[in-house]
Design a protein around this ligand. Structure first.
Ligand SMILES: Cc1ncc(COP(=O)(O)O)c(C=O)c1O
Length: 462
């Protein structure tokens, strides 16, 4: 819905949203004159406009109109410890006092790398980058250079950042054709297979000896929206070893969240390379590629000279920025020394169960599901015979899992915002260790009310 259409809409949900958010509306008008769609990240696109947030603490954030929200966006997944964690904030303050950019090596980057290694044994060597996008870009470059092979295998619907090699096959272009602005030659060097399809992977490995690597999100796309488990990971690991293909786990979201050692610890699978971002930098910009020493040696001046091969170049003004290093070290230390990841997972399980009770009560054939500290909303676009207590994501066709009708989810999000809860654009979210039983109860009540509002608008049966 565009702005004009929303203005003319007779939806009570949209009217209630507009009524509460005059300050956000005003900022959205300004932002529309500055940014495409008035936003700075595609996932922040809300019709008619999103909330503008002024501050945040723990599991909560406040918009510029003074309303408090229980936050399940979680800083795009960066905030396992919640907003403004005292240990992280203190570390950042101390780092700021020392200076923000030295153009030199510094002690905090050494501490940061040690904090990663403490939790991720496969991280024999680490190279920090500024974003997850850069980390997967470097992982793929390393894999091609190391193996001398060109093709990258990816799973449909898996997101690895927005660089050219990852653009097809995430939300569209599942046939591998290039998205606008991407060279056909780049897109051609990817093979896209259905998630979980071991037969397709076996067939591709058997017929194509130019595959450098497989990259995927180990618990399934978007933190398990289309779930994958240990069995799949173990078999992919075995096949990769057998065929000389590198296994890259994109742990940008799962890292330090699925378990404190990421999905690789949960599944007991050792990838050759991993990408980490979000939690790794404690809520500040920062990421890394980590993995086998012999592969990361391609970035090493002396090792490359000794091996008589050309080194892979890797500058980056903000690589291992000291403030991000301080935040990351503090966050990873808290995660290593507490049960933060487990607590967030336990609260999420409780939330999933309670939201499903609301759906059952209201006789809505949707479902809330997920693993670890995440939850996903299935809004049953094809009217399948499933429901809140009868839902197995493994049995749902991929198109139904991924193609949740945008307008429907958007309206639910607005209804939840009106009731003080911020979900992610798919109607789900990620929890932090600061979410409490009270937050679960408030969210459950908000969900009950949002479902009632949707029914009142004649958009849900019952
Ligand atoms: C699994 C995964 N990989 C890579 C990225 C890209 O990370 P960044 O946004 O830091 O570039 C994301 C971002 O959401 C992600 O979820």
């Amino acid at each position: 819905m565009n702005d004009v259409a929303a203005e003319l809409s007779n939806s009570r949900i949209i009217a209630a949203y507009r009524e509460r958010t005059h300050g956000s509306a005003e900022l959205a008008r300004e932002a529309n004159q500055l940014f495409p769609s008035g936003i700075t990240h595609d996932a922040r696109n809300v019709d008619p406009y999103g909330i503008f947030v002024a501050r945040a603490q723990g599991p909560h954030k406040w918009d510029v109109d003074g309303h408090c929200y229980i936050d399940y966006f979680g800083g795009h997944g960066a905030l396992l410890l919640g907003h403004h964690h005292p240990v992280v904030t203190e570390a950042v303050r101390a780092a700021l006092d020392d200076g923000t950019q030295f153009g030199a090596s510094h002690p905090r980057e050494v501490q940061w790398a040690k904090a990663v290694q403490r939790l991720v044994p496969s991280a024999e060597r680490i190279r920090f980058t500024s974003s997850g996008t850069e980390a997967t870009l470097m992982a793929v470059r390393l894999a091609r250079a190391f193996t001398g092979k060109q093709t990258l295998m990816r799973l449909k619907g898996h997101f690895h950042g927005w660089h050219d090699q990852m653009a097809s096959g995430y939300t569209n272009h599942f046939d591998g054709s290039p998205t606008p602005g991407v060279l056909p030659g780049v897109a051609e060097k990817s093979i896209l297979v259905n998630p979980g399809d071991l037969a397709a992977i076996r067939a591709a490995f058997a017929s194509d000896n130019d595959i450098a690597a497989v990259i995927y999100e180990p618990t399934g796309s978007s933190f398990g929206q289309v779930p994958l488990g240990a069995e799949f990971a173990l078999e992919v690991r075995r096949l990769c070893t057998q065929h000389g293909v590198l296994l890259i786990f994109d742990e940008v979201v799962t890292g330090f969240r699925a378990t404190r050692g990421g999905a690789q610890m949960a599944f007991n699978v050792r990838p050759d390379l991993s990408s980490f971002a979000k939690i790794v930098a404690g809520g500040l910009p920062g990421a890394c590629v980590a993995g086998r020493k012999d592969i990361l040696d391609l970035l090493d001046f002396n090792a490359s000279a000794r091996a008589g091969r050309e080194k892979i170049a890797h500058p980056g003004t903000f690589n291992a920025n000291p403030v991000s290093a301080a935040a990351g070290t503090a966050a990873l230390t808290v995660i290593a020394e507490t049960d933060a990841a487990d607590r967030a997972s336990a609260t999420a399980a409780d939330l999933r169960a309670k939201l499903n009770e609301v759906l059952a009560e209201a006789k809505v054939k949707w479902a809330v599901y997920g693993t670890y500290s995440g939850f996903h909303l299935f809004v049953n676009p094809s009217g399948l015979d499933v429901g809140p207590h009868n839902f197995d994501p493994a049995k749902i066709p991929l198109e139904d899992m991924k193609n949740q009708p945008k307008d429907l989810v958007n309206k639910l999000r607005l209804a939840m915002l009106v009731n003080g809860v911020d979900l992610n654009p798919r109607g789900g979210g990620l929890l932090s260790c600061t979410h409490t039983a009270d937050d679960v109860a408030t969210t459950t009540a908000a969900f009950r009310e949002a479902v009632r509002m949707r029914k009142q608008e004649g958009e849900l049966p019952g």
